[in-house]
Ligand binder design. Structure first.
Ligand code: SAM
Length: 201
């Protein structure tokens, strides 16, 4: 009996994830350069990103480009009880998915509004930024303004963990951060580079 209940739970979860993937793909077909990927991140990429965050030291975190919320769920699981997450997703339909899944979570639109939101919330600095933004294919001015804001508002020694599908952004990250480490996650569609960018102290 317990086996069948487990099986039913697993098949429900699978159906949910397939529906989530199909919805994400539809958004990609409509806005390919904005969404930047054909499907949500795999659990391997999610783990690789989450493992680079010092959760003990993270009180205030911003997630940029939440999509259907694969990382958002992991962030909520890992964040300390007194921690705060500010989540940004520009696509109103994807934003609604996150809002519906996480009542009470602070979900915002365009990541370019990060400085304004921090000001309104009275937050002086961020401990960590998790970015899924497809920086390499976004309009260059949008990429530059978001990266400049991330650098400005990260605390000294704070970290941005970002994934990309190429090494194109490496020099742009190196220009802004004191240290940039890159690792590669094969088990994702497509395989991804994870950038661990630390702001100077
Ligand atoms: C590659 S998807 C990643 C989704 C999810 N985090 C994941 O890993 O599966 C990038 C997401 O960034 C969003 N995005 C693109 N430009 C944005 C911006 N300026 N502000 C906020 N979100 C943006 C897209 O709508 C898309 O959902």
């Amino acid at each position: 009996m317990r086996y069948y209940r487990k099986l039913r739970r697993q098949s429900k979860l699978l159906t949910l994830r397939v529906a989530e993937g199909a919805f994400f793909l539809r958004r990609f077909v409509e806005f390919p350069r904005q969404v930047g990927s054909v499907m949500p991140s795999s659990r391997y990429l999610t783990r690789a990103v989450m493992d680079r965050i010092d959760w003990e030291e993270t009180r205030c975190l911003a997630e940029l480009g939440a999509g259907t919320g694969v990382f958002t769920r992991a962030i909520i699981r890992n964040l300390r009880k007194d921690g705060a997450a500010l989540v940004f997703e520009i696509d109103p339909m994807l934003k609604k998915v996150i809002e519906d899944d996480h009542a009470g979570l602070d979900v915002y639109g365009d990541a370019r509004e990060l400085p304004k939101i921090l000001y309104e919330r009275g937050i002086a600095e961020l401990d960590c930024v998790v970015s899924s933004l497809p920086f390499a294919v976004l309009p260059p001015r949008m990429t530059a303004s978001i990266l400049d804001a991330v650098c400005k508002y990260l605390k000294p020694g704070g970290k941005m963990v970002a994934y990309q599908y190429s090494r194109h952004m490496k020099p742009y990250f190196e220009k802004r951060f004191a240290s940039v480490k890159v690792s590669f996650v094969l088990r994702n569609v497509p395989p991804a580079f994870v950038y661990e960018c630390v702001k100077g102290s």
